[in-house]
Write a protein that binds this ligand. Sequence first.
Ligand SMILES: Cc1cc2nc3c(=O)[nH]c(=O)nc-3n(C[C@H](O)[C@H](O)[C@H](O)COP(=O)(O)O)c2cc1C
Length: 143
Amino acid sequence: MSQKWDTCSYELKEAKPSRNFLLSGFKAMQKKRSSIETIPTDLINDADFLIIASPIWAGNGNPIINSFVDQADLDKKPVYLCTVQADPQCKTAPKVFGYLSKVIGSKGGMVKGSKAFHGASPGKTASRSDLEKQLAQWNIIQS
Ligand SMILES: Cc1cc2nc3c(=O)[nH]c(=O)nc-3n(C[C@H](O)[C@H](O)[C@H](O)COP(=O)(O)O)c2cc1C
């Protein structure tokens, strides 16, 4: 059975973005939070499920995602997690999924699946076609 959804994407932004690679990595490693712009609550409340995507920084999710999972009302919300990172083997993704699942679970959210994507080196952007190939391998319903 195939299923189509009406989807809506939203990019979370830091209130004060930093361009310092080392500082950004250090904050991520310490599982710090960033101050983020207000989350539009309707987007979350009206969604049947959320797909939360984070780049991996210094082996961890980034501080923006940490703030999002802290602040969003995720009670009874099905959630799918994605990471994107430079390492083609995505070795640190399981650890990040574990951490985010714990936080989301503590807020009543339900992590239903996850997918690790190989992105690009820091400062570069992964090609759309490469990401689409990886996405095609993700059967979200069965993940
Ligand atoms: C501060 C920083 C730390 C990073 N640390 C890692 C890392 O530990 N492992 C890894 O595989 N990639 C690491 N990367 C690479 C990013 O995960 C990769 O560039 C990803 O594709 C970024 O996605 P984006 O372009 O959506 O931000 C790091 C990038 C930055 C900026």
